[in-house]
Write a protein that binds this ligand. Structure first.
Ligand code: BG6
Length: 476
């Protein structure tokens, strides 16, 4: 379904995110017929460039980041929607021109793909030059602050010129198909919800493992680390979708209210429930070389045991882990159910708990481990089988053609649907939880443990579960 025609201004239009994600995403939506041809994408950045120059820049980005751009279907039509304005975020240059290029009778969206320090300047100048009004939308990216204080400042800066209903804070994990599918699985089936609590669920593991290192973005990453870069936002959102109460409706504030309650119910994390690591050198540079800071204590890996103090989840820990340079690129949520209350079978040979695994990437799908009788005349022996579903197999072409997170989220901005965007209070609550955890290890002068690249992280992380009589799932 096509969205309404729009003008999208990308501040930071020559930046990395624009090249890798925003522009390729828009192109795909254009080819899919969702972006109307009378829409305009206006790159805005410091570099002096004309429209033709930027169109060429965009074409090159598409060639680089869309591997199947073979036939260049619709490419020249798409490029026809592209414009460029050289802009000085902190001065007056370019603003009058931008005002002249944006239309008042279409949806106007402004993507702040720039350093957060510039959010205030951009918002202020857009306002001064009359480029925005009450129906305009502004899109901002993570990192949304580096702690509660800075997140509050950013919220305040945006609130000066935009209402909360105009602000779209992107967490691209919420745009991933399987992440949204979590809500469908939970709330469109009768099967799971009655069991979705600490009476039936033993524990939950959330893993986001990456094979890449931090080379190339060392200076950003070393000031963040895995906790700020991944846990406070992406993993927190996954946890919320698993743990939240059913919203009364699939409506932006109804969903976000429920997520917020989860974040507020998180217990402080105890020091013994945190394991941090740094990847070592192994043929390739290690973390310390990648960030060019031999004294760095920033973590490229973190595992945490997180507890939620509410009626539904008391007694069911959530184990979270994420890291760079691990064995495989895999993201999944694994929900391990409890033992049946009584076994009618002799011995328990072969018995294992039911585990529901939701694979976020790669090979998006779900897998439910169930116990059946081992076939054959050998008596009643139990064996496990997977009920396995991959989107690509189950849904054929529709499943294989899953839109990238950014594509969907940008279209949601144009549609004015905030369900998959973080509200200001949510982001602040997540920092309010993360801050003491980070301050705690800084005060203890904690050093991350080294781990070999290509493994599943520091050995100590195993203990986090062993101690509780549980095991991490293998990363593969
Ligand atoms: C980003 C982080 O938000 O998410 C990166 O800053 C990380 O460090 C990336 O690599 C992971 O996203 P994805 O979609 O590749 O899982």
């Amino acid at each position: 379904i096509p969205v309404d025609p729009f003008d999208l201004v990308i501040f930071g239009g020559t930046g990395d995110l624009a090249r890798r994600k925003i522009l390729p995403g828009l192109y795909r939506r254009f080819v899919a017929g969702q972006m109307p041809a009378d829409s305009r994408i206006i790159g805005a950045a410091r570099s002096e460039m004309d429209q033709a120059g930027y169109r060429q820049f965009v074409a090159e980005a598409l060639r680089e980041f869309i591997p199947d751009l073979r036939r260049a279907e619709g490419l020249s039509d798409f490029l026809g929607t592209i414009d460029y304005v050289a802009i000085d975020a902190q001065g007056d240059g370019g603003w009058a021109e931008l005002a002249g290029r944006t239309r008042k009778d279409v949806v106007r969206a402004f993507y702040f793909s720039v350093a957060p320090a510039l959010f205030g300047d951009l918002a202020e100048r857009l306002h001064q030059h009359g480029i925005t009004d009450a129906s305009s939308r502004v899109v901002v990216e993570k990192p949304f602050g580096r702690d509660l204080a800075t997140a509050r400042d950013l919220n305040a800066v945006l609130a000066r010129h935009f209402d909360e209903t105009q602000i779209y804070r992107i967490d691209h994990y919420l745009g991933k198909e399987t992440v949204q599918n979590l809500m469908a699985v939970r709330f469109a089936n009768i099967l799971f919800e009655p069991l979705w609590n600490s009476q039936f669920i033993d524990h939950v593991q959330i893993t986001v493992a990456e094979t890449v290192g931090v080379g190339g973005r060392g200076s950003y990453y070393d000031r963040s680390g895995a906790m700020r870069d991944m846990v406070q936002n992406h993993l927190m959102q996954l946890l919320c979708l698993i743990a939240m109460e059913p919203p009364y409706r699939f409506d932006p504030d109804a969903v976000r209210d429920e997520k917020l309650k989860v974040i507020r119910a998180l217990d402080p994390v105890r020091p013994e429930d945190i394991v941090r690591g740094q990847y070592l050198a192994n043929g390739q540079p290690g973390y310390l070389e990648d960030v060019e800071n031999p004294a760095s204590r920033t973590e490229s890996y973190i595992a945490l045991k997180v507890c939620i103090s509410n009626w539904r989840w008391k007694g069911t820990p959530f184990y979270l882990r994420t890291g760079k340079r691990l064995r495989a690129r895999t993201s999944e949520i694994a929900i391990t159910f409890r033992e049946p209350p009584h076994s009618i079978f002799e011995g328990e040979e072969g018995w294992k708990e039911n585990v529901l695994v939701i694979r976020l990437q790669p090979n998006e799908g779900m897998n439910l481990r169930v116990m059946i009788k081992e076939p054959g005349p050998g008596g009643m022996r139990l064996t496990e089988v997977p009920l396995d579903m991959s989107f690509a197999d189950a849904l054929g072409e529709t499943g294989a053609d899953i839109p990238d997170a950014y594509e969907r989220l940008i279209m949601d901005v144009i549609r004015g649907n905030q369900t998959l965007f973080m509200r200001g209070d949510e982001v602040e609550a997540a920092w309010a939880w993360a801050d003491p955890v980070i301050e705690g290890w800084e005060a203890r002068d904690d050093r991350p443990r080294g781990y070999d690249p290509g493994t599943s992280g520091p050995e100590d992380a195993l203990m986090l579960l062993h101690r509780d009589g549980r095991r991490w799932r293998e990363i593969r």
